[in-house]
Design a protein around this ligand. Structure first.
Ligand code: ATP
Length: 273
């Protein structure tokens, strides 16, 4: 039996207010909200609406979040799948998953598809390394699907990667992923803003903005995902000591804990190389 399609479809309640910082990326992606809401405005002038964009940036910086928020802003359905989910040990599963995903998306248009880790399928076919027919067939199917829907079909495809350099140039041609949107690691102001988003869900001691500012200075190099982790760990640590509210000390401990986790992860990754 063929493994089932792994994509998930959701109605996104996430909007730009849930995404802290990333002002330039938000501005660029806002255009897609307009395309989805009012395609005629563009097509009647003879403009070709872009079919998608690649969101480029380090892990955990909010690529998926931003794509989901774009769907929320436009009020359209959101499909998500990871590039690695296309690749299975069974021959033919990858291309058929791609076909299924686009079929479902077209039926639910207007909508947004987000393919995380596009590099898992979209690596350049000419690059060295071993030849992988299944992956190439999956990539070819993806190209066929992107060419197959017209820019008026109201399906927008975003893809996330932290390795744009390895992508097959065919993916980046006009009419496919025409645009690249950069999503960098947050600076101190960005980190403070991300803390503000995630501390909202935690009962804290004192003023939130002040706490967010202090925590931002202690977390250089942390991604949005790490910061969300710190906020949750801080609440867990406070709960463990039976406290009613989380204090600065709880978050300090949480930062240490997340740092240990990050160090362990990078040690494992470098051992794998
Ligand atoms: P990956 O490349 O690993 O898939 P990603 O860039 O897609 O990562 P997300 O999955 O969007 O990262 O982020 C993970 C979580 O981190 C989000 O669900 C959110 O809780 C938090 N986060 C990341 N960036 C931000 C941000 N700018 N504002 C608020 N929260 C953020």
């Amino acid at each position: 039996m063929m493994p089932k399609n792994k994509s998930t479809k959701v109605t996104s309640k996430t909007t730009f207010k849930d995404v802290a910082g990333l002002d330039e990326a938000k501005e660029e992606i806002m255009e897609f909200v307009q395309f989805l809401k009012n395609p005629q405005k563009y097509t009647k002038l003879g403009a070709r609406i872009p079919k998608g964009a690649i969101l480029v940036g380090p892990p955990g910086t909010g690529k998926t979040l931003l794509a989901k928020a774009t769907a929320g802003e436009a009020g359209v359905a959101f499909f998500t799948i990871s590039g690695s989910d296309f690749i299975e040990m069974f021959v033919g599963v990858g291309p058929s998953r791609v076909r299924e995903l686009f079929k479902e998306a077209r039926a639910s248009a207007p909508c947004i598809i987000f393919i995380d880790e596009i590099d898992a399928v979209g690596r350049s076919r000419s690059r060295g390394g071993f030849h992988n027919d299944e992956r190439e067939n999956t990539l070819n199917q993806l190209l066929v699907e992107m060419d197959g829907f017209s820019s008026t079909s109201n399906v927008i495809v975003f893809a996330g990667t932290n390795r744009p350099d390895v992508l097959d140039s065919a993916l980046l041609r006009p009419g496919r992923f025409d645009r690249q949107i950069y999503i960098g690691a947050p600076d101190i102001k960005g980190r403070k803003d991300i803390f503000m988003v995630h501390l909202k869900n935690v009962k804290i001691e004192g003023e939130m903005e002040e706490l967010a500012k202090q925590l931002a200075t202690l977390t250089p190099g942390f991604s949005g995902a790490d910061i969300s982790n710190v906020c949750n760990e801080g609440a867990l640590i406070a709960a463990r000591r039976e406290a009613e509210i989380a204090t600065f000390k709880d978050f300090e401990k949480a930062i240490e804990r997340v740092l240990v986790g990050l160090e362990r992860k990078s040690r494992i990754l470098s051992a794998e190389e």
